[in-house]
Design a protein around this ligand. Structure first.
Ligand SMILES: C[S@@+](CC[C@H](N)C(=O)[O-])C[C@H]1O[C@@H](n2cnc3c(N)ncnc32)[C@H](O)[C@@H]1O
Length: 277
């Protein structure tokens, strides 16, 4: 499998989102520097926030909207860890997937816990139907909106859903069972048989893990497209979609073609095609 080194020519590292972080009474705006460094800063800051939240100088920010902001930051900084902090408490989630209302479960400590993320919704509405048979993949499944949609749209295909967050793996499996989808299996990434090739890959990839990790993630899965297979990735424009597209085009071998398929709101859909034999 051609796995190249990450971070090469043409790549502008993705910007992290701009977050107003409140710590010890100070407001710091992140997102003006590039790369994963800011994420470790946020991760470290969550510890700081926990530690200082009872200090007199921070009383004002530990209440009301600011308190909510702090917890949102803490959660967003940790959703892609294997075992997120806080109890794994399931709560009901009602969403529209594949044209019908679905009653599912979600929890804290995961990405977009309260509904279908905006980028994910764009992916689900804009890309063509998946291969009707064969192997389909959702890279970074969260609570399962993409994998479940694949399973509902392609009942004769086998859907693989992977995530590093164990809570996501559990929720996606439970949500698949709730929908009666025996064709959807979620697992940790290393549990998928490395010999399996995929006819369709759909993903809202974890841009926020940092450039090098994102590159190695994509170079682990995209070369496993089957001949004639397609991957569709939704990436926010201000998180480096265009530079990621250029990087993929430069990095994948000549049997792949990379194109921008659409732009909707602030999102791009990148298509990676593997030539037929
Ligand atoms: C942007 S979220 C998308 C989640 C879900 N597909 C959705 O649309 O709501 C990306 C997901 O990738 C997961 N992730 C992070 N690093 C990963 C890795 N190395 N391999 C697989 N999944 C990863 C995160 O835990 C997160 O659930």
């Amino acid at each position: 499998m051609p796995v190249g080194p990450a971070g090469r020519k043409g790549h502008q590292p993705g910007m992290v989102p701009s977050l107003a972080c409140v710590a010890g009474g100070a407001v710091e705006r992140l997102g003006t520097r590039r790369g994963p460094a800011n994420y470790s800063k946020i991760r470290n800051m969550t510890t700081t926030l926990s530690a200082v939240s009872n200090e007199p100088g921070t009383r004002a920010v530990s209440q009301g909207a600011n308190s909510q902001l702090i917890w949102q930051i803490m959660e967003s900084a940790h959703y892609f860890t294997a075992q997120p902090a806080g109890p794994f408490t399931r709560k009901p989630l009602t969403v529209e997937l594949a044209g019908a209302t679905r009653h599912l479960q979600t929890s804290s400590g995961i990405f977009s816990p309260d509904g279908v993320d905006k980028g994910t919704a764009i992916l689900l509405s804009d890309v063509p139907p998946p291969a009707p048979q064969g192997n389909l993949l959702d890279i970074g499944c969260g609570w399962g909106p993409i994998a479940l949609t694949l399973g509902l749209m392609a009942p004769h295909a086998r859907v693989y859903a992977v995530d590093v967050n164990e809570r996501c793996v559990t929720l996606t499996n439970e949500n698949a069972a709730a929908l009666g989808l025996a064709n959807v299996t979620a697992s940790l990434p290393h549990e998928v048989d490395p010999a399996v090739e995929f006819d369709t890959i759909w993903s809202n990839p974890p841009i926020r893990i940092g450039k090098d990790e994102l590159h190695s993630l994509l170079l682990n899965w995209l070369p496993r497209l089957a001949p004639g297979g397609n991957a569709w990735l939704v990436v926010q424009k201000n998180l480096g979609s265009d530079s990621l597209q250029r990087w993929l085009a430069a990095e994948l071998d000549a049997s792949f073609s990379v194109s921008r398929e659409s732009t909707s709101k602030s999102f791009r859909i990148i298509r990676v095609r593997k030539a037929s034999r």
